[in-house]
Design a protein around this ligand. Structure first.
Ligand code: XBP
Ligand code: MG
Length: 267
């Protein structure tokens, strides 16, 4: 197997963005004259719904409202979400949200090794652009061969559509790529597209059922911020996840000779 592409989720994976999303939602609600304020606990639950517009709709549907009121609030979702996106992307563009540790290092290792890089995210293109430019510089976007995000697909995560779009646009088969995610919805989406997936949960997503992940780490780590207790039970050569380690792990070991002999006799 040749590793041809690394495909990254954005929110929670490239950067721990959800607190800024949460505050941006609350600011947009206040500016829209709504007395909604999502607490951290409430937002952690609301994050089970992917997509900001879908999340607002889910919140409206949870409220005891007359039909007319519900309909008029639904009609305002796009306007409220557009304002939230303006608020969020301005905070990110101001450099307030750093990449998680190890992300810039692994992106560079992959590019230096000739690997394609892609994004597969539920958030909007405006938010992705703001984050990549603020954290990787004016040419940050150019590091990625494909940016699949937001409403480019009709069905958001946990459906596999966004990862299938990224793979198809890259012209890469699932077995030639690795996905990086932070949440159960993202994991299901990547695995549903046939991708071997590395999971690095955050406060917003920890404690989920991650059994389908190929590897679960608290973060990617790097020489300046090694993973405590590594190398040891999860990583081999270094206390941070390297491209070489990924290639080694992604390449299935040759079937044991007994199994090979068995199959050779089978046909
Ligand atoms: C996580 C999401 C997004 C963000 C909010 O995206 O579900 O909805 O929470 O961004 P990712 P929007 O797939 O990158 O983890 O309001 O733009 O949707
Ligand atoms: Mg995510």
């Amino acid at each position: 197997m040749t590793l041809r592409a690394l495909i990254f989720d954005v929110d929670g994976t490239l950067a721990d963005t959800e607190e800024v999303h949460r505050r941006s939602f609350n600011t947009a609600f206040a500016r829209a004259g709504l007395d909604w304020a999502w607490s951290r606990e409430a937002y952690r639950e609301l994050l089970k719904v992917t997509g900001g517009k879908e999340r607002i709709a889910s919140h409206i549907d949870s409220l005891a409202l007359r039909d007319g009121e519900r309909r008029s609030l639904h009609a305002r979702i796009a306007e409220i979400h557009a304002d939230k996106t303006r608020i969020y992307s301005s905070v990110v563009a101001a450099g307030k949200v750093p990449l998680r540790d190890g992300v810039a290092r692994l992106l560079k290792e992959a590019r230096d090794a000739g690997c394609h890089l892609a994004i597969a995210s539920t958030t909007t293109a405006a938010n992705v652009d703001a984050l990549l430019q603020a954290t990787l510089g004016a040419r940050g976007l150019e590091m990625f061969d494909v940016i699949a995000c937001g409403d480019l697909v009709g069905t958001k995560k946990p459906a596999p559509d966004i990862y299938q779009l990224a793979l198809a646009t890259l012209g890469v088969a699932p077995e030639e790529a690795i996905a990086f995610e932070d949440s159960v919805n993202g994991l299901r989406s990547a695995v549903g597209a046939g991708l071997w997936t590395v999971l690095t949960p955050t406060y917003w997503t920890e404690g989920g059922d991650f059994c389908e992940a190929a590897l679960v780490l608290p973060r990617l780590g790097d020489p300046q911020q090694p993973l405590e207790g590594e190398p040891g039970d999860r990583l081999g050569r270094a206390a941070w996840l390297t491209l070489d380690e990924l290639i080694e792990r992604r390449t299935p070991p040759p079937a044991p000779c007994a199994v090979r002999a068995l199959y050779q006799g089978a046909w």
